[in-house]
Design a protein around this ligand. Structure first.
Ligand SMILES: [Zn+2]
Ligand SMILES: [Zn+2]
Length: 142
């Protein structure tokens, strides 16, 4: 692959926040936990893990909110101050060095399919996970 071919841009719904991923995420988690279901109002969340310094904010300034997380260790979510779309998170377990980008906010949301499914004990029965490995409970960090 040519250098830079994994560079992707994304943003919030209103366009106030724009960002760029300088590399592909090193892992993409499909999280079926109840927290992600509730936060997204959907069946799961798709999070790409990337080193924090590989995400560049191009426009706007996200605000941080800190709702409770499934692990109980806390998380910090970066949202657009205008449209409130959640763009990425930091989890206490991994600190500020790793960023969990909401893959659905990329301009090309199909660019990075999940390579692991986590918290599948609360997975919706109709969701097919394909060939990627699944974990009932434990959030795998690597
Ligand atoms: Zn916005
Ligand atoms: Zn989750």
């Amino acid at each position: 692959m040519a250098p830079g071919s994994n560079v992707r841009e994304g943003g919030c719904q209103c366009g106030a926040i724009r960002y760029r991923l300088e590399d592909a995420p090193f892992a993409v988690h499909c999280c079926h936990c109840r927290t992600c279901q509730r936060e997204t109002g959907s069946a799961f969340a798709l999070n790409g893990l990337i080193e924090a310094d590989r995400l560049t904010v191009l426009a706007g300034e996200p605000v941080r909110v800190e709702p409770p997380s499934q692990s109980g260790k806390g998380q910090s979510i970066a949202r657009c101050p205008t449209c409130q779309v959640a763009l990425w998170s930091h989890y206490a377990g991994m600190g500020e060095r790793a960023t969990f980008v909401r893959i659905g906010t990329l301009d090309d949301p199909g660019a990075f399919p999940p390579d692991i499914h986590i918290f599948t004990r609360s997975k919706q029965a109709w969701v097919q996970t394909g060939t990627a490995p699944t974990y009932d409970v434990v959030e795998v960090s690597r």
